[in-house]
Design a binder for this molecule. Sequence first.
Ligand code: FE2
Length: 231
Amino acid sequence: MTSSPRSGSAGGEPRPAPRPPAGDPSDEQRGPAAQHPLPPLPYELSALEPVISAKTLSFHHGKHHKAYVDKTNELIAGTPFAELSLEEIVLRTAGDEHQTSLFDNAAQAWNHAFYWRCLRPIGHSDAIPATLARKIKDSFGDVGALKQQFAKAAIEQFGSGWAWLVSDGSQLRVCKTSNADDPLPQHLRPLLTIDVWEHAYYLDYQNRRPDHVHAVLDRLMNWEFAASNLA
Ligand code: FE2
């Protein structure tokens, strides 16, 4: 998915790209200078109920995620960024004070495309593939300790943001980011994320973010997707 930049000096010197995580599948489908599509949800709107309602999912994907994609397309139209994948745009614009709007929207477009794939429909297997289970044991001791750290990061993130399970190349760890920030510019490889912007849970849980976080961790995490991101 990540490739060498196809254009010149868009936003300064290119940074070395981290190993490509399985983020936005639309990046693989899109040709040069095409608009970024809103990737479809990988399940039905009701597939995550009762943890996340169809109404929340409909607004979150159809309004919020779509707005980030639309704004990204608007900002890159006619610029060298139009040649780049979302990941490349995020890496090129991170920390650039002249590109904060493009970074925020492109990162949110990437983060949401990744987030949908981190969730599994209710009733699907919660088994953790052996390769990932070994990594979790090495890094956290057991899955309970991982979930405890993940929940703490998601609950304690002040204001809008994301909690992540990432690989630093040798160990797994949990981190949190504010607003649109994600681990890509830190050269960390995302395996899973939980969206803790209020739009992700407020219709269903109001101010009870901890209840939402624990329900997502216990019932919706897609461990197969996380394991696929190790490869
Ligand atoms: Fe969101």
